[in-house]
Design a protein around this ligand. Structure first.
Ligand SMILES: NC(=O)c1ccc[n+]([C@@H]2O[C@H](COP(=O)([O-])OP(=O)(O)OC[C@H]3O[C@@H](n4cnc5c(N)ncnc54)[C@H](OP(=O)(O)O)[C@@H]3O)[C@@H](O)[C@H]2O)c1
Length: 320
């Protein structure tokens, strides 16, 4: 199952594998095993610190004849510190080298914020804080239009097949569409029943932009980071409504949460370090939820966003 991307016409698998928090030591084996299990899309980023190892897993799978490069769909993301016109193309090539690939299928702007450049020779990945000890976040004066023009050049140069955005709000998307020569193919956003974002889903649908949902299990991913809100609320996987629907279909809660998105044409990229859950997440599309069930799950919306780095509850940054 796939989504046809604009304007390239390329098919993007509806279910992929997310690479955030996949440890460097096990990443190559995890990616290899995921390909063996049937995954064809991998969602990486400069910020995840495992590009080289993910690329190793991909290249080993190709060398062993499990898959051909053109059957895979590799996504990666430009980090906030590389937004300026001097750095976008240079850092696109840097990441392709790290993966050992000739092109990315999808290249996203990770967040719509330009942060002060940190040379990769000094710190890579540079992460969110400029000065970790002081808790300082330092910005750079680079508008999105400048970054987007360089992303378009990456397509023209054949470094990437599709370009897109992540964590952009509606107003920014409307603005981007005014000047983009190549419109964004994909918007990747936090999307789960506690944060359904119907307006931005409708906006992107009307503009032919595909949506990829991240953190489909809601708070689950943030528990391991001791997120102060995630640790206080009922995990989505154990919510009575989700458990009841899962039991009615003979599926797991995780599969119900993923199906709630994919049945509505929204791609998902669950991450799991467990081979069992990794397989369970891929194989979740062989059943359909009823319209009533879809509606009830959407009714859990509480507008709880777990991933806003500039607004992490309980933390005050110094914005330089
Ligand atoms: N664009 C962005 O800014 C952004 C932000 C966040 C994430 N992402 C992307 O989206 C991907 C997915 O999001 P995410 O990493 O936040 O988390 P997620 O996939 O929603 O959740 C991962 C958590 O759920 C557990 N889990 C996985 N499958 C499960 C299942 N079937 N049943 C129960 N628990 C399960 C995992 O534990 P185990 O590993 O132990 O199974 C882990 O604790 C990321 O890896 C990344 O590629 C993008």
């Amino acid at each position: 199952m796939s989504i046809t991307l604009n304007p390239s016409g390329q098919a993007m698998p509806l279910v992929g594998f997310g690479l955030w928090k996949v440890p460097r030591e096990s990443c190559a084996d995890t990616v290899y095993n995921a390909i063996k299990t049937g995954y064809r899309l991998f969602d990486g980023a400069q910020d995840y610190g495992n590009e080289k190892e993910a690329g190793e897993g991909v290249r080993r799978a190709i060398a062993d004849g499990l898959v051909k490069r053109e059957e895979l769909f590799i996504t990666s993301k430009l980090w906030n510190t590389f937004h300026s016109k001097e750095h976008v193309l240079e850092m696109t090539k840097f990441s392709l080298d790290a993966w050992g690939l000739d092109y990315f299928d999808l290249w996203l702007i990770h967040f719509p914020i330009a942060q002060k450049y940190v040379p990769p020779s000094e710190r890579y990945p540079p992460a969110l804080l400029y000065d970790v000890e002081a808790g300082t976040m330092a910005f750079e004066d680079v508008p999105i239009a400048e970054t987007w023009a360089e992303m378009e050049k990456a397509v023209e140069l054949g470094l990437v097949k599709n370009i897109g955005i992540s964590n952009f709000a509606g107003a920014l998307i409307i603005d981007l569409l005014r000047y983009a020569k190549i419109p964004p193919a994909v918007l990747q956003i936090e999307h789960h029943p506690y944060l359904t974002q119907p307006q931005i889903v409708a906006l992107t649908r009307q503009r032919g932009i595909a949506i990829t949902a991240y953190s489909s299990f809601g708070p689950q991913s943030f528990l391991e980071m001791s997120h102060p809100v995630a640790t206080k609320i009922t995990t989505l996987l154990k919510t009575p409504l989700i458990e009841e629907i899962a039991a009615a279909h003979g599926k797991s809660s995780g599969q119900v949460l993923l199906r709630w998105a994919t049945q509505r044409g929204i791609a998902v990229i669950p991450k799991s370090n467990s081979p069992h859950r990794l397989a369970e997440n891929l194989n979740h599309v062989d059943f359909d939820l009823t319209e009533e069930e879809l509606g009830k799950i959407s009714g859990l919306d509480a507008q709880i966003r777990f991933n806003d780095p500039a607004d992490w509850p309980g933390k005050i940054y110094i914005f330089a």
